[in-house]
Design a protein around this ligand. Structure first.
Ligand SMILES: [Zn+2]
Length: 106
């Protein structure tokens, strides 16, 4: 059986760590600073450490329950299309309202 892994993100270090994951646990201690890291979806791509605006957007999304899990547009009943994550904070503010039903509690 394959080991399940997931990216865990430390906002203090601005890094992600690929860690073993039991399919349930959403928090682990950061291996570098000891702060709490949060499990993200595999689609998450960690921005550069110095990219403040990108990190602000990700923190904003996190605070609204978005961890790069899949989000859909419903075209008509039974027909879905994957929605793209927002490019910047301005778009993120609209995104969290539009896709509120897909937000999750970790
Ligand atoms: Zn850390």
């Amino acid at each position: 059986m394959d080991n399940l892994t997931a990216p865990f993100v430390c906002f203090s270090c601005r890094k992600q760590f690929e860690r073993n994951w039991d399919g349930k646990e959403n928090y682990k201690d950061c291996p570098e600073c000891g702060d709490r890291t949060i499990r993200y979806d595999h689609k998450f791509r960690v921005p550069k450490k110095s990219d403040d605006s990108e990190w602000k957007k990700i923190e904003f999304l996190r605070d609204h329950g978005f961890y790069f899990q899949r989000v859909y547009d419903i075209i008509e009943q039974g027909v879905y299309r994957y929605a793209f994550y927002p490019k910047d904070l301005k778009e993120a503010k609209e995104f969290v309202i539009k896709y509120k039903q897909f937000s999750i509690d970790l």
